[in-house]
Ligand binder design. Structure first.
Ligand code: SF4
Length: 466
């Protein structure tokens, strides 16, 4: 039966009847996790409740990632198995959103008969309308970009739900909050500008309201999200202004952000880390390659020299700053020497954390058509060598913390060690605190006493004691 819409709220008549169930499968990055949480918020307003298995769901949503070819294959493989559910329960509705949907649009509907709706990254806030169209017997595709000049809250949501209605995913000690959408940089390997559109920034009031609601629900740490997060800018605020305002929220203990672009990272932001007590001593600053020749081919708009200058400036302002980075190995044309330059950069900066990947050609991006693609075997070998080097550095950087005092934000009981809790330092290092019970969200001052595998071990050391 086709549901009728409430003239006031636009919500369907089925809202007020039996709750329905929704299962969301999310691929990809934190931004996609955030978008999935927003989908759930909307669907709660439509009387949907989340379930753990697609087999129990009336509505199945797949939030896709297009960053690597493998991710796209995984999406189609999942859609194939969801087709079996649809064959046994034809009433189940299957929707596909996210970056692959934005890129492929109705190609997905043509390729996978069981899919009822496909929606792009600007259209996720049209879910209730799309569901009504599907209930009316239509297959739906919505991938049109919204007008970037219109108020940004048209496609990054206006935060209007009260705190109590936040989904469970948002009720944790650590929460994410998107402050921008899209990217204007067009690095030659990246699909983001094509799948998330031109960059737009949310209004600060809207962000602050959402941050306050997250804190009211128990969040102690908020990570601001944006593809090029530090180019955030509205008529009334720049990125540092926003950080200052967030720093004033009572009950919030820590602020992080990801990912900043090196070209937009200035002295003012580095100084904010020294000045704002809640802004952590941790920066994820993607470099992508240690070779200027490759950076140019990637169209990164920074050089190794300018990157290293920024690292020096950051460490001068905050000597304890932990740094992490993204690196792509085997970009087209990368020679042995280019790769050696990347290893050399790794030795020079000594990153605390590393996110490294083999180059994956993405259709629609210029680098996919570059000549001199690096063979898969070479890419794999370079990646292994990079991780091997970084593992030595990571261990040394972590061991250097033994004997230091750190503040740990407790995230919960240790999954394998009875009587212990785990959390992270302000520098984002995992810490186990044995023989200690603590509530998630508690800040525990510790002295680091050992390094065990990937995690540091801390002993509680109240302020004033040694
Ligand atoms: S800055 Fe980041 S998101 Fe933007 S195009 Fe480059 S890699 Fe992609």
């Amino acid at each position: 039966m086709k549901p009728t819409a409430d003239p006031k709220t636009g919500a369907s008549a089925t809202n007020r009847s039996q709750p329905k169930s929704v299962y969301i499968k999310t691929f990809g990055c934190q931004m996609n996790d955030y978008d999935s949480a927003k989908m759930l918020e909307q669907l709660r307003g439509e009387n949907y409740l989340p379930v753990e298995s697609p087999r129990d769901a009336d509505l199945i949503l797949v939030n896709t990632c297009a960053i690597r070819e493998k991710s796209e294959h995984k999406v189609y493989s999942l859609l194939g198995s969801l087709g079996e559910i649809k064959r046994s329960r034809p009433d189940v509705v299957i929707g596909v959103g996210g970056c692959v949907s934005q890129q492929r649009g109705d190609e997905i509907l043509k390729r996978v008969r069981s899919v009822d709706m496909v929606f792009g990254t600007d259209n996720l806030f049209e879910l209730p309308e799309m569901l009504r169209e599907v209930a009316g017997g239509n297959r739906v595709v919505r991938t049109a970009w919204h007008d970037r000049k219109r108020k940004v809250d048209n496609f990054i949501p206006d935060f209007r739900l009260d705190a109590a209605s936040l989904p469970k995913a948002a009720q944790s000690v650590k929460a994410c909050l998107a402050i921008t959408k899209g990217c204007n940089n067009y690095c030659t390997f990246c699909v983001v500008p094509y799948t998330r559109g031109r960059e737009v920034s949310r209004e600060p009031d809207n962000i602050l309201a959402e941050a306050q609601a997250l804190v009211d629900n128990g969040a102690r740490e908020i990570t601001l999200l944006g593809q090029n997060v530090n180019s955030y800018k509205t008529g009334s605020a720049r990125f540092v202004d926003l950080l200052e305002q967030l720093n004033g929220i009572g009950g919030l203990a820590r602020i992080r952000y990801t990912s900043p672009h090196p070209k937009d990272f200035g002295e003012e932001l580095a100084a904010a880390h020294a000045r704002l007590p809640k802004l952590c001593e941790y920066i994820h600053l993607p470099v992508q390659s240690g070779s200027n020749r490759i950076l140019k081919a990637m169209r990164r708009n920074h050089t190794i020299e300018s990157y290293l200058d920024k690292v020096t400036m950051i460490r001068e302002k905050v000597p304890a700053m932990a740094l992490s980075t993204d690196i792509i190995v085997g970009f087209p044309g990368e020679t042995d020497q280019d790769f050696e330059d990347t290893l050399s950069l790794m030795r020079q900066v000594r990153f605390d954390h590393l996110f490294a990947f083999k180059f994956s050609p993405r259709s629609d991006t210029p680098a996919a058509d570059y000549r001199h693609q690096v063979p898969e075997g070479v890419r794999a070998e370079r990646l292994a060598r990079l991780f091997e080097l970084h593992e030595v550095i990571r261990k040394e950087r972590s061991e250097a913390l033994i004997g230091t005092r750190q503040e740990v934000l407790v995230e919960g009981p240790h999954p394998r060690e009875t009587g212990a809790v785990t959390g992270r330092t302000r520098g984002n290092k995992p810490v186990t605190i044995p023989r200690r019970s603590a509530e998630p969200g508690e800040l525990v001052p510790v002295t680091i006493v050992a390094l065990r595998h990937q995690s540091l071990v801390g002993r509680e050391t109240p302020s004033g004691s040694q």
